[in-house]
Write a new protein. Structure first.
Length: 275
C-alpha cells in the first residue's frame, strides 16, 4: 500500500474551495478502484490528476460528475452563487446545471451540424423555456435562443473559430473538433471544467493553443479546471497543483516542482532514470 506523502505548503486561508473531495472510495467486483482519496481545488485553480494507466483517474472523474455513485466519501462543490452542494446526493443530470462540466477522451461531435450548432449543444442546460414554448416559438423562447446564439459566437471568437461558425463539423480536422468540445463547456457558465485527456491526438502546435486556452479560461471566466492528461508537458506547463495517484490511492500532492522530484511519482508514473 502506497504511503501518502504530503508537502507542507502554505495555504491561503481566504481561498475558496470550488471542489473538496474527502475520503472517496469505490469498488467494482471487489476491486478497489479508488481508495480513500482526498483533495481540494481552489476557485480559479488549474489542478492536475495524474497516474499510470489503471490508476483510477477516470473513475474519480465519473464519481465527481455522478456517473458513478461512490461507496464512501464526500464531494462538496461550490457553485458561482456561493452555495455548496453535496454531489453524492444529486443525480448526474443536475450536476451540470450547477456549473460542473466535463469533456471526454473521444470527441462528442454531431458531424451533420455546423460548428456553431455543435457549440450550442452545450447551452441546453441553461435554457429555461419549456418544450411547449420552444415548439410554438414563443417570444421569450426566441429571445433566449438569440441570446445563447450570441454567446456561442462570442465563445467561438474566444477560441479562434469564429470564421468556421457556419461550416460543417464533418469538414473540420481533429484539432478543431477538440476545440469545439472545449468551447462547448464555456456555454454552461462553468465553475469547474473537468478535462479528460484534452491533448490526446493533438500535434505540438494544437497542444500549445489548448494550453493557452485553459490558462485563459481560468483567468477570464474565473473558472477552475481539473485535468487528466498523459502529456506531461501540458500538465507541468499549466497546472498550479497536481495530485498523483496509483491503484486509486494518493502518492503525493503539491506544486509541479514537488511532484516532478517526488521519488514515488517518478517510480510509478514519470519514470526513474537508471543510475
Amino acid at each position: 500500500m502506497a504511503e501518502t506523502i504530503e508537502k507542507n505548503v502554505t495555504e491561503n486561508a481566504a481561498s475558496e474551495k470550488v471542489l473538496k473531495v474527502s475520503n472517496l472510495s469505490i469498488s467494482f467486483g471487489g476491486l478497489k478502484a479508488v481508495d480513500d482519496l482526498s483533495f481540494s481545488i481552489d476557485r480559479g485553480q488549474i489542478y492536475g490528476l495524474i497516474g499510470p494507466n489503471g490508476a483510477g483517474k477516470t473513475t474519480v472523474f465519473n464519481c465527481i460528475t455522478q456517473f458513478y455513485k461512490p461507496d464512501e466519501g464526500s464531494i462538496l462543490f461550490t457553485a458561482k452563487d456561493g452555495r455548496t452542494h453535496e454531489l453524492t446526493r444529486l443525480p448526474a443530470h443536475k450536476v451540470i446545471r450547477l456549473g460542473l462540466v466535463r469533456t471526454f477522451q473521444n470527441t462528442e461531435i454531431i458531424r451533420e451540424l455546423s460548428v456553431l450548432d455543435n457549440l450550442l449543444l452545450g447551452a441546453h442546460s441553461q435554457f429555461t423555456s419549456g418544450v411547449v414554448s420552444d415548439m410554438f416559438r414563443m417570444p421569450w423562447a426566441r429571445r433566449q435562443e438569440k441570446a445563447m446564439r450570441a454567446q456561442a459566437l462570442e465563445v467561438l471568437e474566444y477560441i479562434g473559430l469564429q470564421r468556421l461558425a457556419e461550416e460543417s463539423a464533418a469538414a473540420q480536422p481533429y484539432g478543431v473538433l477538440k476545440l469545439i468540445e472545449f468551447g462547448r463547456t464555456l456555454l454552461c457558465n462553468p465553475s469547474l471544467i473537468i478535462l479528460d485527456e484534452p491533448a490526446a491526438g493533438l500535434n505540438e502546435s494544437e497542444t500549445q493553443t489548448l494550453m493557452a486556452l485553459i490558462r485563459g479560461v481560468s483567468r477570464d471566466y474565473h473558472c477552475s479546471a481539473l485535468v487528466v492528461e498523459h502529456d506531461m508537458r501540458l500538465v507541468m506547463g499549466i497546472c498550479d497543483r497536481i495530485c498523483a495517484i496509483s491503484f486509486g490511492r494518493m502518492l503525493a500532492e503539491g506544486v509541479t516542482s514537488y511532484i516532478q522530484q517526488h521519488p514515488a511519482v517518478q517510480d510509478a508514473y514519470l519514470g526513474k532514470e537508471e543510475a
